[in-house]
Design a binder for this molecule. Structure first.
Ligand code: RFL
Ligand code: PHB
Length: 395
């Protein structure tokens, strides 16, 4: 098989890159380890930054998002039982975020790819990257026992944190930065109306709570839990009653409970690999960086990597700009580190840290008082939450 850009992984990074390159007339072939049903079954992100929304529009896959997604102009914080609205749009000169689930983004991208006839091979095994430093890189894999080979100009490693792309780069040419958080998030999805029109990020001495949503009839809630917690020990009743204990009375009494559609525990991790390029191999999205979900940045950083790589590859194919290829890692990482910082900041601000000293707890409290008690503080939160601007490529 032969293509221009071989894409490993059909998550949001791989599919969005494939779609944008296809629109620019560049041939791609995507290979994915799982089945499409499995990929669509993973419940993950829910909040899209304005830049991600624009990119999905540019990719021509925004029709359903624009009609079914919910535009949010604000978000709410709670600490010491006090509710503090943060007026995102007012504080950012009119920007907003979109509530539209990663599952739906992925479904729209899969549909667009099949409509335009661009190839995706699901259920591949033994994926390996070869000669990434040469002018003739190639990817090998097995499909139903048959060995296959893709010859290409470039390889996009969009295969998530546990994929092969990052692992195929020699360890001596990369540097990894990592911080593991001492708790996880227990998430529950239910067909119940959200407890509040806006998302709520709540600090509580029993642990952090997030009240999110997928639509006006589907809620997504998260509870901070110790890393030792097993999802099996949380039946729906236990989840709902713990959630109510961590919310102020007026919200707890309004909360509509119901049967869970999904429940899972995710550990929290901060991770970045540098650089994000090795010869003709580019790392994109979770393959190169992970953030704790508190800032709602994971999928959005994946989209920002795609934004840079798609523009660079398009300029290369359409205008011969081979000089831009080496700029990818710097452009992507500049924004990644800011997203890491905001996610780290939000996680620190809102979670309960059992091992913190009394002094550190007071600092955390002062941070909440400062950031949510002044316009300057709220503006900082708002401009990061709606998404920092992308840098221009090739100037
Ligand atoms: P993905 O989605 O992990 O997709 C990678 C794909 O690669 C495939 N793969 C392989 N394919 C071929 N060969 C191999 N050897 C392969 N190895 C792996 C996998 O099967 C998979 O299909 O990475 P991608 O595309 O970079 O997308 C990243 C996002 O999924 C992730 O950052 C977000 O979900 C993070 N995230 C959130 N991000 C946000 O922007 N806003 C949010 O509100 C938000 N909430 C969340 C989140 C992540 C969560 N969890 C569970 C980690 C909430 C949670 C609970
Ligand atoms: C979600 O809806 O899954 C969600 C929303 C905001 C976050 C994290 C997750 O910060």
């Amino acid at each position: 098989m032969k293509t221009q850009v071989a894409i490993i992984g059909a998550g949001p990074s791989g599919l969005l890159l494939g779609q944008l390159l296809h629109k620019a007339g560049i041939r791609t072939l995507i290979i994915e380890r799982q089945t499409p049903e499995y990929v669509l079954g993973r419940i993950r992100a829910g909040i899209l930054e304005s830049g991600t929304v624009s990119l999905l529009r540019e990719a021509g896959v925004a029709q359903r998002m624009d009609s079914e997604g919910l535009v949010h102009h604000g978000v709410e914080f709670i600490f010491d039982g006090k509710r503090i609205p943060v007026a995102l749009s007012e504080l950012t000169g009119g920007k907003s975020v979109m509530v539209y689930g990663q599952t739906e983004v992925t479904r729209d991208l899969m549909q667009a790819r099949s409509d335009c006839g661009a190839p995706t091979i699901y259920g591949v095994q033994q994926v390996a990257i070869h000669d990434a430093k040469s002018d003739h890189p190639f990817v090998t894999f097995e499909k139903e026992g048959e060995k296959c080979r893709i010859e290409c100009d470039f390889i996009a490693g969009c295969d998530g944190f546990h994929g092969v792309s990052r692992q195929s780069i020699p360890r001596e040419v990369i540097r990894e930065y990592e911080s593991i958080w001492p708790f996880g998030w227990l998430g529950l999805l239910a067909d119940t109306p959200p407890v509040n029109p806006e998302l709520i990020y709540a600090h509580h001495e029993r642990g952090f709570v997030l009240c999110s949503q997928r639509s006006l009839t589907r809620s997504r809630y998260y509870l901070q839990v110790p890393l030792s917690e097993q999802v099996e020990s949380w039946n729906d009743d236990r989840f709902w009653s713990e959630l109510k204990r961590r919310l102020p009375d007026e919200l707890a009494t309004k909360l509509v409970t119901g049967h869970s559609l999904e429940k899972s525990i995710a550990p929290l991790r901060s991770y970045v690999v540098e650089p994000m390029q090795y010869g003709k191999l580019f790392l994109v999205g979770d393959a190169a960086h992970i953030v704790p979900p508190t800032g709602a940045k994971g999928l959005n950083l994946a989209a920002s990597d795609v934004n840079y790589l798609w523009r660079i590859l398009t300029q290369y194919y359409q205008h011969g700009r081979s000089d831009l290829l080496a700029t990818y890692s710097r452009l992507a990482l500049n924004r990644v580190w800011k997203g890491e910082r905001f996610s780290w900041f939000m996680t620190h601000l809102l979670h309960d840290f059992q091992e913190k000293s009394d002094f550190d707890r007071k600092m955390q409290e002062a941070d909440r008082q400062y950031y949510l008690g002044s316009r300057a503080g709220m503006m900082t939160i708002a401009e990061n939450y709606v998404g920092l601007p992308y840098e221009k490529v090739g100037v």
